[in-house]
Design a protein around this ligand. Structure first.
Ligand code: ASP
Ligand code: MG
Length: 409
């Protein structure tokens, strides 16, 4: 069986017009003789009657008291409504189909309600339905524990459902249909001439996704990377094949891209606070106490830089006051820069290439953007900048690396 998993996000199933496009993509894949698994998100966005955010607000009507197990039951309804709606559309058009919940589709999770992790996927039932000639519509974002309890996979979890099923079924592609044409070199709301990428590697996509690109959930990319399932991120509204996320060796990158730059994209994470603590040389145990105290209070730290006399790290803005109070309680004096942004410059080819950081610092200096902190890995260079410099910084970097010229898609 040649199988494709098509995942349709909340906006893609929100209106009758959008659902016609869903029908179109389903028909197209069937005409190409694929067996089809269709994973759906809950319909629409915040404010729409059956959107996940709406269900969440219902869950809070007596305060934040709902038990996690019951919250999962409530939240799983959005995808069920969506799946049943798509099912009737297909039935109306005489496309044989059946709906399976996450549990029925064999998505088995641990019992961490509201943020469960998939432990295994048993695709037996899905395969059976495919063999019978059904388009199998699976409710995204949900699974079931080995005890039969309904769980949800954390916000944005439908992408994870799709790639996990794709992996278990050895699908040819997992198509993530969404409201953008593909993966862009930068956020098009910030950079007008941001270009659409034809291909990105799993590693690049992971970096983009973890560092703020909202198009696909990072966990979904990780699953695809581990299992080598190709993903196409594409628009419900068009027939363009979108951006292919795949393994580096499978990428036949256009010469223009290789020649121009090793960088493929820029992402941003705004609303973080940089915390700096300085002490006298020769004292070390304070570092341990700071990081331990953060951990004990459940505060996740990022962008960590440790020197003999100084540590610096970031936390989300809304945790800054709490973090500062904890540090003061340890008898230390934190210096806070609130409202910073972490800007990531991503490209799988940067390792060992001289001059990437030179270009970054040149681009930012030319625009009077101060780098508060920086870090790097083999695929990414991160810079921390003041929030008010973020847009300027992203535009300058995009220009410096000629990313608009990647527009070959
Ligand atoms: N409906 C869920 C959410 O909004 C899952 C998803 O759309 O991916 O988080
Ligand atoms: Mg989503």
């Amino acid at each position: 069986m040649r199988i494709i998993v098509q995942k349709f996000g909340g906006t893609s199933v929100a209106t009758p017009e959008q659902r016609q496009r869903v029908l179109h993509h389903i028909r197209k894949a069937l005409a190409e003789e694929y067996r089809l698994v269709v994973v759906v998100s809950a319909m629409g966005r915040k404010g729409d009657p059956y959107a996940t955010d709406t269900l969440l607000s219902i869950s809070k009507q007596y305060g934040d008291v709902i038990t996690p197990r019951e919250k999962d039951l409530l939240m799983s309804c959005g995808e069920i409504i969506s799946a049943a709606t798509i099912s009737s559309l297909l039935t109306k058009h005489e496309i044989q189909n059946c709906v399976l919940t996450g549990g029925q589709a064999g998505i088995i999770t641990n019992n961490h309600h509201t943020n469960a992790q998939i432990i295994t996927v048993n695709p037996k039932r899905v395969k059976h339905e495919l063999e019978k000639g059904n388009v199998v519509i699976v409710t995204g974002f949900q699974g079931q524990t080995t005890d039969g309890e309904i769980t949800t996979l954390g916000r944005g979890g439908s992408d994870t459902t799709a790639t996990a099923l794709g992996a278990a079924l050895h699908a040819e592609y997992v198509d993530i249909f969404t409201d953008v044409e593909g993966i862009m070199t930068a956020d098009p709301r910030i950079v007008e001439d941001a270009a659409q990428l034809e291909q990105v590697t799993y590693t690049e996509m992971c970096n983009l996704a973890f560092q703020g690109a909202k198009v696909i959930h990072p966990r979904a990319v990780e699953i695809a990377m581990q299992t080598q399932i190709p993903i196409r991120v594409r628009s419900t509204m068009s027939d363009h094949k979108g951006t292919l996320v795949t393994h580096l060796t499978e990428i036949d990158r256009p010469a223009s891209e290789v020649r121009e730059t090793t960088i493929i994209g820029i992402t941003q994470m705004p609303n973080v606070t940089q915390i700096k603590i300085r002490v006298n040389q020769g004292q070390y145990d304070w570092q341990v106490s700071v990081f331990k105290a953060m951990a004990d209070h459940g505060i996740s730290v990022d962008f960590i830089s440790v020197n003999p006399c100084e540590i610096a790290y970031t936390v989300y803005d809304d945790l800054a006051d709490q973090a500062a109070a904890i540090i003061s309680d340890l008898g230390l004096t934190p210096e806070l820069s609130r409202g910073c942004a972490k800007v990531s410059v991503v490209g799988a080819g940067i390792a060992g290439v001289p001059g990437v950081m030179a270009k970054i610092s040149e681009a930012l200096t030319e625009e009077d953007v101060q780098i508060l902190q920086s870090a790097d890995s083999h695929t990414t260079i991160w810079v921390l900048v003041h929030g008010e410099d973020m847009v300027k910084a992203i535009r300058a970097l995009h220009r410096k690396f000629n990313l608009h010229n990647l527009n070959y898609a």
